[in-house]
Write a protein that binds this ligand. Structure first.
Ligand SMILES: Nc1nc2c(ncn2[C@@H]2O[C@H](COP(=O)(O)OP(=O)(O)OP(=O)(O)O)[C@@H](O)[C@H]2O)c(=O)[nH]1
Ligand SMILES: [Mg+2]
Length: 187
């Protein structure tokens, strides 16, 4: 709380607001749904048409938690190998990194190992999250396939010491939650 005196004796009372900016990096193979997740979170829309990210995308969204305004500055790296040289832009100074894979494509989960290793090379302290995307399609897989990928993802999450979250951008599942738990996991 603060008091401000202006000429003419007009008195204003204003609340001091805590503001914090959290940089969040999104990495993972091409087409796992990184840009879709960011656009859904910031603009609340989803596009079925794939537009490849050529380099790095950036968006911001602010939310209020109690008296703190948190601005998420979200950096999204194109997943094709040719953009890996821009990983430092996304990873440096990030408070959290979402390592994203497609729940219906096992190879994208295997790739997380490499994304994690490379990202750690530029940022040793960011909180890692393991995010499985396209849960709406995953539920159509056989029970055996679902169990296998879930087991494998749990193994990776344990090795990374990361929370594991399944989400669907198209069906709006867990999108808000991912960003809500980012500040909570901050160490
Ligand atoms: N069914 C379904 N499709 C999704 C979901 N999220 C993304 N997609 C689709 O998956 C495709 C790839 O999504 P993008 O967000 O462009 O993927 P990306 O990871 O940014 O890809 P790059 O920019 O090449 O790295 C698009 O056609 C999206 O519409 C989801 O939750 N469910
Ligand atoms: Mg993209």
């Amino acid at each position: 709380m603060g008091l401000l005196e202006l000429p003419g004796c007009v008195m204003f009372i204003f609340m001091d607001k805590n503001t914090v900016t959290l940089k969040v990096g999104l990495v993972g193979d091409a087409q796992v749904g990184k840009t879709s997740l960011m656009v859904k979170y910031v603009e609340n829309c989803f596009d079925e048409v794939y537009t490849q990210t050529l380099g790095v995308n950036y968006m911001e969204r602010s939310i209020n938690i109690k008296t703190t305004e948190i601005t998420f500055s979200i950096w999204d790296l194109g997943g094709e190998a040719e953009f890996t040289n821009m990983l430092p832009l996304v990873a440096s100074d990030a408070v959290a990194v979402l390592f994203m894979f497609d729940l219906t494509r096992k190879s994208t989960l295997s790739s997380v190992k490499d994304w994690y290793r490379q990202t750690r090379g530029f940022n040793r302290t960011a909180i890692p999250f393991l995010v499985g995307t396209k849960y709406d399609l995953f539920v159509d897989l056989s029970d055996a396939e679902q169990e296998e990928i879930t087991r494998q993802a749990q193994k990776f999450a344990r090795a990374m010491n990361a929370p594991l979250i399944f989400c669907s951008t198209s069906a709006s599942i867990n999108i808000q939650k991912i960003f809500k738990i980012c500040p909570r996991e901050r160490r």
